[in-house]
Every structure is written in structure tokens, then in C-alpha cells.
Design a protein around this ligand. Structure first.
Ligand code: ADP
Ligand code: MG
Length: 390
């Protein structure tokens, strides 16, 4: 789960990470009042969407009059901001963050990700901040410093100092970096974040005094741990998420929208992935990932069909069930219920195996509805791809 920059900054601030003073605004007058309250003479108006690359796309504007804060907020709110991370349709801007403008001396990169090979949090830092780290990785991989953090002892101050020196920080900024890095790390661990990115972490000039602060903040949280992170759950902005995915979650289904035309309804994440692979292997493209889970009732199967069909690109649906806890007869009943109540027009390719498979097949056969049945995963994928093409 992603949250907005301003939410990440407010959270990180509670962990001692220095961030510029700011306020969120949902309207032009709120933006003006925010600037007034923050004080000073220069502000930055930042579009709040769950995507980066806003700066280059016109979603980050520095202004030096309250009237311009209002004008800029008004121009941003209600528009769709298209950045290289949003896709062509962009993301609707429904809130802006007004913050104190900083005099930037230099921008650095700081990121924490989970390295699956070492199964540990890895800190990435670079002297090349403010730009896409992927570009730095391509052009100057030697400028990215990596440190693997031992989860038993956490991020040690000496590790932070080594990193700070390696990216070129000097003097008091080195100690400031320890506080900043440890704050982000502590937040990440305590709040079950999967990723934390401060890009840029910047040295700024405060009346001749240099300070290290987080000028941007991105946090991504582990959906599987969100049940124990109520405060994080409250930060969820449903407007930023695919409505199909939101609806699926409310029915206990794991659904992820993709770009192909073959809908998938499968039990188990592993089998769902294998089904998508099989479709791809046969030259097709899945429209979604969907795991109905164990013990899927007919109602759950109907809900799954409805959500899959909300995607207008879907030309057929591959149903692949290897029932252990599930029951093929329930799945079959669910499919018939879905066909009748949703008036499904696209062909369904059904592969059933496991618990109550004979009953399941019989129910499908006796329904008088047209299902394309398949013997195994490979057969099902081949038939789905052929159907989508035809
Ligand atoms: P994004 O990563 O989506 O482009 P950022 O928050 O990183 O958005 O902002 C883009 C750039 O705008 C930063 O690299 C920085 O140069 C500038 N910037 C952001 N916030 C401030 C600020 N408070 N004061 C001055 N410049 C800022
Ligand atoms: Mg940024």
C-alpha cells in the first residue's frame, strides 16, 4: 500500500526525520491559508499523487507570493497529472502539499529496500539525488552505495557515518545523516514498510547554516501486515487505487489488474502465477491476477467473475481450479450463478481438478450452458489463448 508524500513526511517527522514545514490543502483557499500559517516568503506547491516524477511533469512549483500559492494550487487541483510513473491517463490531483521552499545546496539519494537474496533491508545511497535512481544505476553504478542491514542489530551509527562520508557529506552533516537514516529505518521496521525512499535527501541553506533534510518521501507498506497497522491503514487513499482491486479486497479476493485480454480466476497465488505464465507461453496475455483463495463459496466465485468482467479488455476467462480445501462443485455452482446473474457474454474456459471434481463437472454439463472444458493447465491456457484470438 502506498501513501502520499505529505503523509510519509508527517510519519517520518514523528521518527525524528527533519522535513520542511508544510500543510495539506484540498482547495485554493486552504492552500492560501496553509502558506499563511507556514509563514516565510517562498513556498513549494506539490501535487499529491501516488507516483513520482512530479517535478519534471509540472507537479512541483516554487512560488514567492501567497496569491501564487493559491493560483498554483487552483491550477493543479482537479487535473490529471501525467508523469513517467503514472501511465498515459495520469492520476487525479485531489490534494496539494504546501511547504516551505528550501535553498538547496545539493541533492542526495537515500533508499531502503528489502533485498530478497539476503532477506534483509538494504540501504542505498548516492551523491546523485533528485534524479531517477534507475538512471544512476545504468550510467554510474559505482555512485550507488549499498549496505545490508543486519535485522538483529539494526542500522548502526557507524554504518550511517560510513555511508555519509562515501556520498560526500562532511562535518556536522555526517551526524545529522545518522539521525535521518536511523529515523527512516526505524519507521520502516516498526510500520512494516517494504520500501522507503528519500529522493532527494538535501543539504539546504538555512540562513548560512547547512542542514540535511528529507525534501521528498515515499513509503510503501506490506499489504500482508497492514492488519496490524491501523494508523497506516487510515492513510489509505482509495481514489489512488484501481476500483476493481479495492472491491476485490472487500470480498476477500486478491486481484491485480494487468494489461492483457484473458481474464483469470484461479485458486492459490502460486497456481495463479503458473496460469499467467502458461498463457504467456502460449502467446497470450493475462488481463489480471486473481486468487479466489481456499474454500471459495459460489458467491465468492460470482464476485470474482464480476470483477474480472469490469475490465472491458477481457475476451475470455480462464478458470483454473486445483481444489484441495476448495470444492469443485461449489466453484461450478458459482460459475453458473455468475453466468445467469451477470449475463456473461465471453467464453469461459474451465479446468477443474481435485476435491469433488466429478460433481463439479456434472454440474457444468447439466447446466446447459456453454463452457469450454480443459484437462490440465497447459490445455486450458492453449484453449484460452485460441479463444481470445478467435
Ligand atoms: P518528484 O520526485 O515527484 O519529482 P520531489 O518532491 O522530489 O518530487 O520534487 C522534485 C524536485 O523539486 C526536487 O528534486 C527538488 O529539487 C525540488 N523541491 C522539492 N521540494 C522542495 C522544497 N521544499 N524546496 C525547494 N525545492 C524543492
Ligand atoms: Mg522525488
Amino acid at each position: 500500500m502506498n501513501i502520499h508524500e505529505y503523509q510519509a513526511k508527517e510519519l517520518l517527522k514523528s521518527y525524528g526525520v527533519p522535513v520542511p514545514a508544510g500543510k495539506v490543502a484540498f482547495s485554493e483557499p486552504e492552500a492560501g491559508a496553509a502558506a499563511q500559517e507556514i509563514g516565510g516568503s517562498r513556498w513549494v506547491v506539490k501535487a499529491q499523487i501516488h507516483a513520482g516524477g512530479r517535478g519534471k511533469a509540472g507537479g512541483v512549483k516554487v512560488v514567492d507570493a501567497i496569491a501564487d500559492v493559491k493560483k498554483t494550487a487552483d491550477a493543479m487541483l482537479g487535473t490529471h497529472l501525467v508523469t513517467h510513473q503514472t501511465g498515459l491517463e495520469g492520476q487525479a490531483v485531489q490534494r496539494v502539499w504546501v511547504e516551505q521552499a528550501s535553498r538547496i545546496v545539493k541533492e542526495y539519494y537515500l533508499g531502503f529496500v528489502i533485498d530478497r537474496t539476503s532477506q534483509r533491508v538494504t540501504l542505498l545511497a548516492s551523491s546523485e539525488g533528485g534524479v531517477d535512481i534507475e538512471d544512476v544505476a545504468k550510467t554510474h553504478p559505482e555512485k550507488i552505495i549499498k549496505v545490508i542491514i543486519d535485522s538483529a542489530i539494526g542500522l548502526m551509527p557507524y554504518q550511517c557515518r560510513n555511508i555519509a562520508v562515501a556520498i560526500g557529506l562532511k562535518g556536522r552533516l555526517v551526524n545529522q545523516s545518522v539521525k535521518l537514516m536511523q529515523g527512516v529505518y526505524q519507521c520502516m521496521v516498526e510500520r512494516d514498510a517494504l520500501q522507503a525512499e528519500i529522493n532527494p535527501m538535501a543539504v539546504v541553506d538555512c540562513d548560512g547554516d547547512e542542514k540535511l533534510i528529507a525534501l521528498d518521501a515515499k513509503l510503501n507498506f506490506d499489504d500482508n501486515a497492514i492488519y496490524r497497522q491501523k494508523a497506516i491503514m487510515d492513510l489509505r487513499d482509495l481514489a489512488e487505487e484501481d476500483p476493481k482491486e479495492v472491491e476485490a479486497t472487500s470480498h476477500g479476493l486478491s486481484y491485480i489488474a494487468l494489461t492483457g485480454n484473458i481474464g483469470c480466476i484461479v485458486n492459490g497465488a502460486g497456481l495463479a502465477m503458473a496460469s499467467m505464465d502458461a498463457i504467456t507461453l502460449h502467446g497470450g496475455e493475462p488481463a489480471n491476477f486473481l486468487d479466489v483463495g481456499g474454500g471459495a463459496s459460489p458467491t465468492k466465485v460470482t464476485n470474482a467473475c464480476r470483477i474480472v468482467l469490469e475490465d472491458p479488455n477481457v475476451r475470455c476467462i480462464l478458470v483454473n481450479i486445483f481444489a484441495g480445501i476448495n470444492r469443485c462443485d461449489w466453484i461450478a455452482q458459482g460459475l453458473i450463478q455468475a453466468c445467469n446473474s451477470l449475463h456473461i457474454k465471453v467464453p469461459l474456459i474451465v479446468r477443474l481438478a481435485g476435491t469433488n471434481v466429478e460433481e463439479g463437472r456434472k454440474i457444468l454439463e447439466e447446466s446447459g450452458l456453454q463452457f469450454i472444458t480443459a484437462e490440465n493447465l497447459d490445455d486450458a491456457a492453449a484453449k484460452a489463448v485460441a479463444t481470445a484470438r478467435g
